[in-house]
Design a binder for this molecule. Structure first.
Ligand code: ATP
Ligand code: MG
Length: 426
């Protein structure tokens, strides 16, 4: 039998439910921020990632899906979203419009990695990029989006870890300090870190192999190499986060993989028992030189990307059941064929009034209809029979509390509005 490629998965059933729910949630949230949706190609010229994102990052040096098309072009399946959005920003001259521009995307990314829980070869990211503001207010706003999203979903066990890499000058001074510091320890570092020493020594700090070694603990800290301006930027970001009541931890080991980051970098982690090693749910930072590097006019930027699989895993671990949120408000069935028209008509009226309605199409028994309503976690059940049709009075059963109500047919919308409204407030 043909099977899906390793590291991929199908979206159906409960996965599809939560995926669509999340998509809608993000769409609504992004509207509230006046952020614009962008969709860029799933493959781009290889050069965009190999030159743009930086050859020294793991994503690009080890994880890309590179291929040639039939016209002998070098293409790459996108491993991340930022480079494509930046290319779109430049190519379509979006910089000539009113900045800042806030943009968001949601779609599949591809990385050749060892598949495990929270790590796939095709995975989904929701990402956000803000172009055209170098103000620390935007850094705080971006972190606030991730924070609010988790809050809406009811996730409790998360922490925001934040650090700064400073501007170019500060980062360069720090880089030199790291080179001096690690020089005598070169033989104690893992192979990857020896390579990082040559190409991107900041990356040594977030090495998963070497992190427990003593020399890591005494390594120079970025904060000691920040110039005045960079320090001020970071202090303001932290202040604005506090002003928004967003709790955070400053963590000097957060350096992020990408060469293009400046100033603020952050990761949002799941601190949930049994979550496992893949616990970074979202990550991002400021990239003031990326637009210019990819060939556009110098434009500051800041953004993040959030992995959907890890987020869904976190919801599961915290027993947050999306079914409870997206379940039908009402389940309607009739006994026998005679009243199916009445079922359809009532369902249509209720749907047009904004309710989420499921009905029985297959003339099932009482018992199996009740069972189905339970499985769907519906709020209310309405049964249509001769009595209901003649009297125009419906029996409405609350499927959670098992209370029954007699409601006039022409008052059913008001009734449901009131009852379901009450529940929302709980
Ligand atoms: P990690 O250190 O876990 O490899 P990363 O630094 O490579 O993460 P980013 O490139 O910053 O991750 O991507 C942002 C988010 O995308 C991650 O925090 C994670 O939620 C998600 N993500 C990254 N790679 C994968 C993957 N292979 N499978 C599933 N989700 C992923
Ligand atoms: Mg990775």
């Amino acid at each position: 039998m043909l099977q899906k490629p390793k590291g991929t998965y199908d979206i159906y059933g409960d996965k599809a439910l939560i995926y669509l729910y999340f998509r809608k949630l993000v769409e609504a949230l992004m509207d509230k921020y006046n952020a614009k949706f962008v969709e860029t190609p799933i493959f781009e010229t290889g050069e965009l990632f190999h030159r743009g994102v930086g050859e020294t990052t793991d994503i690009v040096s080890k994880e890309t899906y590179d291929f040639k098309d039939r016209g002998d072009r070098n293409l790459t399946l996108r491993p991340e979203g930022t480079a494509g959005v930046v290319r779109c920003f430049i190519e379509n001259k979006l910089y000539a419009e009113n900045l800042p521009l806030k943009a968001w995307y949601l779609g599949p990314m591809f990385r050749y990695e060892r598949p495990q829980a929270g790590r796939h070869r095709e995975f989904y990211q929701f990402g956000f990029e803000a172009f055209g503001s170098s103000d620390p207010m935007m850094d705080a706003e971006v972190i606030g989006i991730v924070y609010n999203l988790f809050k809406i979903l009811g996730l409790k066990g998360i922490s925001v870890n934040i650090n700064t890499l400073g501007d170019k000058e500060s980062r360069e001074n720090y880089r030199k300090a790291l080179l001096d510091y690690f020089k005598p320890y070169l033989n104690d570092l893992c192979d990857d870190c020896r390579r990082r020493y040559e190409k991107n020594p900041l990356r040594i700090l977030d090495c998963k192999v070497d992190s427990e070694k003593d020399m890591m603990k005494d390594a120079p800290k970025m904060v000691d190499y920040l110039n005045e301006e960079s320090k001020e930027h970071f202090d303001k970001v932290l202040k604005y986060l506090s002003d928004m009541n967003i709790s955070y931890k400053v963590n000097s080991n957060i350096v992020r993989g990408l060469d293009y980051y400046t100033h603020t970098v952050f990761e949002v982690q799941a601190d949930i028992d049994g979550f496992g090693a893949q616990n970074t749910l979202a990550a991002g930072g400021r990239y003031d030189h990326l637009v210019e590097f990819i060939g556009g006019p110098s434009t500051p930027g800041v953004g993040f990307a959030l992995g959907l699989e890890r987020l869904f895993l976190a919801l599961e671990k915290e027993n947050i059941d999306i079914k409870e949120i997206v379940n039908p408000d009402v389940y309607i069935f009739s006994v026998g064929d005679e009243f199916k028209g009445n079922v359809l008509s009532l369902a249509n009226d209720l749907r047009m009034a904004g309710f989420n309605v499921e009905i029985d199409y297959n003339s099932k028994s009482f018992k199996s209809n009740f069972k189905k309503a339970d499985n769907l976690l519906v709020h209310f059940i309405i049964i249509i029979g001769e009595e209901e049709v003649n009297s125009k009075i419906l029996t409405v059963k609350n499927n959670k509390t098992k209370e029954e109500y007699k409601v006039k047919l022409n008052e059913i919308i008001e009734f449901l509005d009131e009852k379901l409204g009450d529940e929302d407030e709980n």
